[in-house]
Design a protein around this ligand. Sequence first.
Ligand SMILES: C[S@@+](CC[C@H](N)C(=O)[O-])C[C@H]1O[C@@H](n2cnc3c(N)ncnc32)[C@H](O)[C@@H]1O
Length: 264
Amino acid sequence: MPTELPGDNLNMDKMPGHWVLAQMGKRVLRPGGLELTRHMLDALSIGPSDHVVEFAPGLGVTAKITLAAHPASYTAVERDKTAAAVVSSYLSGSHQRCVIGTAEETGLDDGCATVVYGEAMLTMQPLHHKRRILSEAARLLKPGGHYAIHEICLIPEDISTDVVESIEHDLAQSIRAGVRPLRKSEWNEVLESAGFAPKEEFTNDFQLLEPMRLVQDEGLRGAMRIAWNVLRHSAARKRVLSMRHAIRKHANHMQAIVLYAVKE
Ligand SMILES: C[S@@+](CC[C@H](N)C(=O)[O-])C[C@H]1O[C@@H](n2cnc3c(N)ncnc32)[C@H](O)[C@@H]1O
């Protein structure tokens, strides 16, 4: 893996939260952790005949699991060039590549994929970008192709607008990036209007920074290394504690969700 990490050239106070965590040693950067990732991959059931496109692979944790299923091809589309270099270091041969670009406009061919998925990237986008990314996924997929997302979901369905605004405000302040989770019905609506039939859903608690989840996702040694790095680095500690505070404050109104859908 290259020694450079996303965020290396950014000020710790302004850095997007996921890169703060990456700088501290965290590799799993999605809300439902590896547990929901495994549900997502089980639903997608990737095999040797699949052509897979992953949006926003980050540090490539899910990419490695996907590659172990030996798909016919794997293409990642990642906006951050340092993250793309990390992912590229796991790839080999002409059927595996990581393109630096955006999921809204990948430049890939129509119908090039049988499976598309993305984790922890739609929630950060405003609604019109969410729709553009979903229609790009639909364009890339062959009819009957499989699509899955792993994102943050607001609960309950009748959550008030005031609470939603407060969640968006507190998360954006602490993460230093836009955070716009949707209700489950809204996630399903954006999927359906892009031409997908939702088939399965999985949820768990959004516990990205809780000790138990850290150990589950990063292993005991990884979790201890992250804790040690956070203890040593006061600017990062401030950021991590602020993110954990915002997530805990709104824990009753957020869940991690995986939605698996089929292109109609
Ligand atoms: C929170 S991280 C999640 C990374 C990884 N999917 C994971 O779950 O560990 C968000 C990732 O999305 C990427 N990203 C954000 N918007 C994107 C876009 N429009 N197109 C491609 N990548 C994007 C970021 O560069 C970053 O790698």
